[in-house]
Design a protein around this ligand. Sequence first.
Ligand SMILES: [Zn+2]
Length: 78
Amino acid sequence: MQDAKTCPKCGQHMTQGFIADHTYGAVNVSLWVEGAPRASFWKKIKAPAAKSLPVATFRCLGCGFLESYAAAAYGVQR
Ligand SMILES: [Zn+2]
């Protein structure tokens, strides 16, 4: 999903990206998880897949402001 977004701070064009989550040698896309974080014995924090969405972060080409959106359409493209 590539949306045309305009920076709310300076009015310049914003380009899509994502916040890379480096874990044990792998690179993942950050997830938004519905609800407050809950402790898990094995994973430290529970993150049920049914309540998770990939996060896209748009960066302003003018001032560097970041703005994030969570939606299924922002998942990994094949
Ligand atoms: Zn800006």
